[in-house]
Write a protein that binds this ligand. Sequence first.
Ligand SMILES: [Zn+2]
Length: 141
Amino acid sequence: MADPASLAAISGTLELVNKSVDLVRNLRKKGDDELTAAEMRNTLIDLLDDLVEVKSEFVSLKAVLLSKDEEIQDLKDKLQGKNELKYDGLLYWKEGDTTAFCPICYENEGKVIHLNYWAGSNMYPPNWTCKVCKNGFSLKR
Ligand SMILES: [Zn+2]
């Protein structure tokens, strides 16, 4: 999802490059004999103008790319911080998530599996059970 300003800048730069290529192509078609010195000079001036514009467009595109890289890095950092699991000595927890994660699945295979919570079941001591490895974890130790 590129923003409209970057897309417009890229399209504009491409258009300029295409125009320059056409200029050179037409020059080649005409052949050396038919070209007057004035025509040659004018075409070169046009080409130079286009190239200067292309160069400045690339400078602004580079700035856009750099700011996008920074934005991506920021988002990655945020994502990592948010997804980081914290171990409380029994279970793993994620910030802002009230459901614990299975320590066996996480430490064995790196799988992040939510546990099921069983409230008030005195008959079955484990408060938390894993639907994958079937282990149970009790908060009363
Ligand atoms: Zn498990």
